[in-house]
Design a protein around this ligand. Structure first.
Ligand SMILES: [Zn+2]
Length: 190
C-alpha cells in the first residue's frame, strides 16, 4: 500500500480471501507504515510492480478527477517472472453504463476496443499490458468480489481508495490460486 500523501510503502503478506470480504459502508481506519516488510510469494519469488513517481501522480490525479465515479487506466510495461516494470500508464474512459442498480460510482468497464488499441500499441514497442488500475470511491483499496470475478491471471490490479475526493491509499493485487494476494508496489525515480 502506498500512502499517496507521504509516499510510504506497506506490503503485508497475506492472502486476501474475497469470499469473506464485504465492501464496507463506512470509512475504515487507514494504517500507514514507514518500513518495507519483506514479501515472498509461494514460490519464494518477490512479487513486485514498479511505477515512477510521475506515473503514480498521474493515477492519483485521474482518480481524484473522476471522483465520485470510478476511474480506470491500463498499465503498460515489462514483466519478468513475478517482477513488473511500468513504462506507461494509459488513462482510459470508464465505459460503464447504468445497469442493474449500479453506476460508475461502484462499477467500471474498460471498452474492449480500448484494451485492444492499447495492447496493440504496447506490442509495437515490445511491451505488454501488465496491469489494470481503477479507483474505489469511498471504499478501501482492496478488491471486491466483482474485481475477483473479472480478474485475469498474471495481471496486476492496482486499486486506489478515494475518500472525499482525495486518494488515500494505493495497493496492487495479483491472482494466486484464484484469490487475490497483495504484491509489493514500488516507486522509483525515472
Ligand atoms: Zn474494484
Amino acid at each position: 500500500m502506498i500512502c499517496m500523501s507521504h509516499c510510504l510503502v506497506y506490503i503485508p503478506r497475506r492472502a486476501f480471501c474475497v469470499n469473506h470480504h464485504v465492501r464496507l459502508g463506512t470509512r475504515t481506519k487507514l494504517h500507514f507504515y514507514t518500513h518495507i516488510p519483506k514479501q515472498i510469494s509461494d514460490d519464494n519469488t518477490l512479487c513486485v510492480i514498479t511505477l515512477s513517481p510521475a506515473q503514480l501522480t498521474t493515477l492519483q490525479h485521474h482518480a481524484e478527477a473522476c471522483y465520485p465515479n470510478e476511474a480506470c487506466a491500463l498499465i503498460i510495461g515489462r514483466s519478468d517472472a513475478n517482477k513488473k516494470i511500468t513504462d506507461e500508464v494509459v488513462i482510459v474512459e470508464n465505459a460503464w453504463q447504468n445497469d442493474m442498480g449500479h453506476s460508475q460510482r461502484d462499477r467500471y468497464l474498460i471498452a474492449p476496443s480500448d484494451i485492444a488499441r492499447v495492447d496493440r500499441a504496447a506490442s509495437q514497442h515490445n511491451l505488454d499490458l501488465i496491469g489494470v488500475f481503477h479507483s474505489h470511491p469511498d471504499h478501501p483499496s482492496q478488491p471486491s468480489a466483482t474485481d475477483l470475478a473479472q480478474a485475469w491471471p498474471e495481471m496486476s490490479y492496482l486499486i486506489a481508495a478515494v475518500y472525499a475526493g482525495r486518494v488515500t491509499t494505493l495497493q496492487s493485487w495479483v491472482l494466486q490460486d484464484e484469490v487475490f494476494v497483495e504484491e509489493t508496489l514500488r516507486s522509483h525515480e525515472p
